[in-house]
Design a binder for this molecule. Structure first.
Ligand code: GCU
Length: 330
């Protein structure tokens, strides 16, 4: 009887989760449809890697699990998507870790300017103990972290003039992500931070609501910000990764086998994306120059020195302790 009850329970749970997840959308024959919302364009290497993940999932599950991707902020801003995951209204999202800091304060770590020595140092952290600990932290907010995705280094670009030193930011309104740390960074450098959703930024720049922004080259390119910003200054002030999240309520409703396929596909997509990222970054830097953008290479130490007091203030806090661990890595 216990065995029978077990079967009944597990199929009951299974049926529930299928209904919950697939909602009223066409599932194309899949038994489980996972909806994923994100803010980037379909040409973006992050979107391409999510498509790759969907393909892996389809193969592993022989078509029974489908990843349905909604790009371009169709389902809301990154903050709104995170909130929908918490409520169980959306299954998955790919977001920058920057807006996560309002939900899980330790994630501020990744927005700390000039934290990493280089890309390898950053990936050593993302895939090492600290990165894993933070992925697990998600559980406290109803968010399960599946993997990180490369989002390179962020740099300033403006509609008006090159940023060669922090003094050039004076008086400029710079769009930042919804992150306290990003606000403090721009303030420390002398600019006026203006939070705005990524999807509104093109218009914001075009209409002069902001004078500039900061992002990685593939996002500068794929959202066509280069059309309005003709100066890109590679000061590379932060390496804020992207993260793939699934709602805890979706996750716990999935059969164990599906959870395994999902985690494997996420890990494989993350590796695939890292390679794609490097190719695309090199390519878009050439592409934007042929579109009339001047790429400047300012002296990074001018910026790094200016943010030191802001980083020093974090000493003794939870984020400060993580910073020490990051810096202590060989
Ligand atoms: C990066 C990141 C996006 C994010 C964007 C932003 O491009 O990959 O997820 O939306 O920054 O600045 O908002």
């Amino acid at each position: 009887a216990g065995f029978l009850l077990g079967i009944l329970l597990s199929t009951g749970v299974f049926a529930l989760c299928v209904r919950h997840i697939s909602g009223d959308r066409q599932s194309g024959g899949a038994e489980i449809v996972l909806k994923l919302g994100h803010s980037l364009d379909q040409q973006h290497p992050v979107h391409l890697s999510l498509e790759h993940m969907g393909e892996l999932l389809r193969k592993k599950s022989k078509g029974s699990v489908e990843l349905q991707i909604f790009p371009n902020g169709q389902l809301g801003s990154e903050t709104e998507c995170i909130e929908q995951l918490q409520r169980g209204a959306l299954d998955m999202t790919k977001t920058s870790t920057a807006p996560l800091e309002s939900f899980l304060p330790e994630f501020a770590l990744f927005s700390v300017p000039y934290l990493f020595r280089n890309e390898d140092h950053a990936w050593q952290v993302f895939t090492g103990e600290i990165g894993k600990e933070l992925l697990r932290k998600g559980g406290e907010a109803g968010l399960r972290g599946l993997c990180y995705l490369d989002a390179g280094a962020r740099s300033f670009y403006t509609t008006t003039k090159p940023i060669l030193a922090p003094k050039d930011l004076k008086g400029l309104k710079i769009r930042v992500q919804s992150s306290q740390t990003a606000m403090e960074m721009v303030e420390s450098l002398g600019g006026s931070p203006t939070p705005m959703a990524f999807g509104e930024l093109y218009t914001g720049l075009q209409q002069g609501m902001v004078d500039g922004a900061e992002n990685n080259p593939p996002s500068f390119y794929s959202n066509r910000h280069f059309e309005v910003c003709k100066h890109l200054s590679l000061d590379e002030h932060a390496r804020v990764p992207d993260i793939l999240l699934i709602s805890e309520s979706t996750w716990s409703s999935l059969p164990a086998q599906v959870q395994t396929w999902l985690q494997e596909s996420a890990d494989e997509a993350s590796e695939f994306q890292r390679k794609l990222w490097q190719e695309k970054t090199a390519k878009v830097l050439l592409d934007v120059q042929s579109e009339g953008v001047t790429v400047h290479r300012p002296e990074k130490s001018l910026f790094a020195t200016q943010v030191k007091p802001m980083v020093a203030k974090l000493q003794g806090t939870a984020v400060g302790k993580l910073i020490e661990r990051v810096q202590g890595l060989p």
